[in-house]
Design a protein around this ligand. Sequence first.
Ligand SMILES: [Zn+2]
Length: 202
Amino acid sequence: MPSKNTPPNQNPAAQSLQRLEEGNVKFVTDELSHHLQDTSRRAELENGQSPWAIILTCADSRVVPELIFDTGIGELFVVRVAGNVANTSTLASIEYAVHNLGVKLIIVLGHEGCGAVKAAMDGGDLGENLNHLLAHIKPAIEKPFKQGNGQVNEAVERNAINSAHQLLDRSEIIRNAEQLEIVPAIYRLATGKVEYLSSQSA
Ligand SMILES: [Zn+2]
């Protein structure tokens, strides 16, 4: 959560999180505004971008960050890879947005029924490339799960939290960024709701 010493209205991460929450309510209730998606917006951004949130999420076609948060062009810096893992390439992309664009909020957005997480749980040899990807998810499935059939979604939550930790552990730029917040979250497929998990401060 934001530092207690900074009033919410002066904390850029808290402001951005609030905008995401308000946008998600519009998405959930089928009241998308479709703002900032037209000719004038494209022209406005021709010479640069200033997004206000970074979203690290899965490549799954059902997870569409700009819609989920009711945002337009140039608002979100979205980094997508199956299983929303913090690997060298996603870290480098996020470092660019933090260091060069000054973004103060990172959401690590896992989702229900994630195929990459399921594949990691199933195990086996899936070839060099998928094995490499799934190795990043493995830490989320090593500890025993609670009883019941929600194991995949429990692993999805753990994986989002683990990726958030990895962003801090593996990046000096992210660790040293001032007023940066990293918030893991899970996306509910049927309702469209984003639920936030415990946050990490840089
Ligand atoms: Zn997925």
